[in-house]
Design a protein around this ligand. Structure first.
Ligand code: FAD
Ligand code: NAD
Length: 467
């Protein structure tokens, strides 16, 4: 029987990054993945394919709506070739997954294909696809089994017309009408993909605003822009039934006043969140406690109630984000190697890859109000930037929240072109506990979208220049 210092179950961004870091630190490492490709949800059916489709549909949208004003004439009709778009997306996914396999080989991590389950706290059984099984020994185990789409109790996901993100990423036709239940990250990103490709998209959101966990200034601006782009957005709607009738899906909801509203479509995307995935892990055999809704409870060191067994990523508390899973993978590897790493969860950025993009880090205004913090706000609209006018991306704003007494940056909230990349400036500043004045006094290249960050920081000190 092979013995390892660390065995990782699950090869998503949490698991594979943990594996690389363990190997770098000289630990004998194995990773178990039930699917034939590595990379987990993020690479196979999440971050990467969704961004590939967002980029392709953005190109199409630009060609149809914006090329003419730039003086680019395309003779004949511009058409979507969905088959080719999906083929390209699959190729991007394949290359990325192959890249993870390359990294495992490079770092001499043993990869096992099969379902990993506990025999006890130090023995993992691998049920291979061909029916064989093998047991390996592990001094330490990292559970990185990720998450699956969740649904509402009365919805039957048939994967044909009533679908989750996994099916929405590989549709064979463009829906004429698409109802999206849940105005969160998945609903808006994939809703925008199909809206650009020509679907009539209707979003039905339970809360009183879309992206409800982000700062309300971002919800308001994104709602305005998406409506302008043609999406129908219904907030404060409580979905109560979803039925399929042939090729039609009927969604019934109660609006704010309690009146029943009916939406019909040929496809319905259910994007109401995801649930931690621990099915088949046989965690009981190792004595690992699985908490509410399948989530594994961990302490500050990502240790489960069993000392040598850790859990990371979507299967534990916190934001279900690839980069959060990666940080946790690195942290556990370093802990096992005897180091003293640390994650500041307040500084994990959140991004929505619609266009305009939405990005945030730190506290929202709502959170500061609730905590009774005395804060100041600095805001700057993208439309006031020369760079935005040059590209035609004038929607959006940057909002910086600072401590009223010390000027320390407490939260940065952005919507606009390329803010998914711009947010890193805010993360860096906050990691070093910068003040708004620190950001305001740094030179920002001109003309760039990043100048909005400098101007918002200046606005927090009542000295914005270009507005
Ligand atoms: P996962 O990536 O879910 O990986 C878990 C792996 O474990 C899977 O491969 C699974 O097959 C395997 N596994 C499970 N049980 C077993 C077992 N018993 N034995 C062997 N293998 C097992 N996040 C972002 O940060 N940015 C984005 O742009 C983004 N876009 C997304 C778009 C979509 C449509 C979706 C669905 C998600 C997106 N996410 C995004 C979220 C991101 O994908 C997850 O947060 C991330 O994948 C979590 O990583 P993980 O390692 O915890 O788990
Ligand atoms: P989400 O939590 O982002 O959004 C779910 C939305 O559904 C929320 O707005 C919620 O209020 C709404 N909702 C819940 N119950 C409802 C009901 N009964 N009727 C109507 N609306 C209802 O979840 P998601 O969009 O499914 O994404 C799942 C996870 O995947 C998220 O945690 C997210 O972090 C991750 N993800 C991240 C990215 C990214 O980083 N760009 C992209 C996609 C997914």
């Amino acid at each position: 029987m092979s013995t390892y210092d660390v065995v990782i179950i699950g090869s998503g961004p949490g698991g594979y990054v943990a594996a690389i870091r363990c190997a770098q630190l000289g630990l004998k490492t194995a990773i178990i993945e039930k699917y034939s490709t590595l990379g987990g949800t993020c690479l196979n059916v999440g971050c990467i394919p969704s961004k590939a489709l967002l980029d392709s549909s953005h190109h199409y949208d630009d060609a149809v709506k914006h090329f003419e004003e730039h003086g680019i004439d395309i003779p004949g009709e511009i058409k979507v070739n969905l088959e080719q778009m999906m083929k390209r997306k699959s190729a991007v996914v394949q290359q990325t997954c192959d890249g993870v396999k390359f990294l495992m080989d490079k770092n001499k991590v043993d990869v096992f294909e099969g379902i990993g389950s506990f025999k006890d706290a130090t023995h993992i059984n691998i049920d291979k696809t061909e029916g064989e099984s093998e047991t390996i020994e592990a001094k330490n185990v990292i559970i990185a089994t990720g998450s699956k789409p969740s649904t509402l109790p009365f919805i039957k996901i048939d994967k044909e017309r009533i679908i989750t993100s996994t099916e929405a990423l590989k549709l064979k036709e463009i829906p004429k009408k698409l109802v999206v239940i849940g105005g969160g990250v998945i609903g808006l990103e994939l809703g925008q993909v199909y809206s650009r490709l020509g679907s009539e998209v209707t979003v039905v959101e339970y809360m009183d605003r879309i992206i409800p966990t982000m700062d309300s200034a971002l919800s308001r601006e994104l709602n305005k822009v998406l409506k302008k782009q043609g999406m129908n957005i219904n907030v404060s709607h409580k979905v109560k039934s979803v039925e399929r009738n042939g090729d039609e899906v009927i969604v019934k909801a109660d609006d704010k006043k309690g009146n029943e509203v009916e939406f019909t479509a040929d496809y319905c995307l259910v994007s109401v969140g995801r649930r931690p995935f621990t099915d088949g892990l046989n965690a009981d055999a190792a004595g690992v406690e699985i908490g509410e809704r399948g989530m594994i409870s961990v302490n500050d060191y990502l240790q489960t109630n069993v000392k040598n067994i850790y859990a990371i990523g979507d299967v534990v508390r916190g934001a279900m984000l690839a980069h959060k899973a990666e940080e946790e993978g690195t942290m556990v590897a370093e802990l096992i190697a005897g180091q003293k790493p640390h994650i500041d969860y307040n500084l994990i950025p959140g991004v929505v890859y619609t266009w305009p993009e939405v990005a945030a880090v730190g506290k929202t205004e709502e959170e500061l109000k609730e905590a009774g913090v005395d804060y100041k706000e600095g805001k700057f609209p993208m439309r006031a930037l020369g760079r935005s006018r040059a590209s035609g991306d004038t929607d959006g704003l940057v909002k910086i929240l600072t401590d009223a007494k010390t000027d320390e940056v407490l939260g940065v909230h952005m919507i606009g072109a390329r803010v998914a990349d711009l947010i890193t400036e805010a993360v860096t500043a906050m990691e070093f506990r910068a003040s708004a004045e620190d950001i305001a006094r740094m030179s920002h290249a001109h003309p760039t979208y990043a100048e909005a960050v400098k101007e918002a920081a200046m606005a927090a000190n009542d000295r914005a220049m270009h507005i």
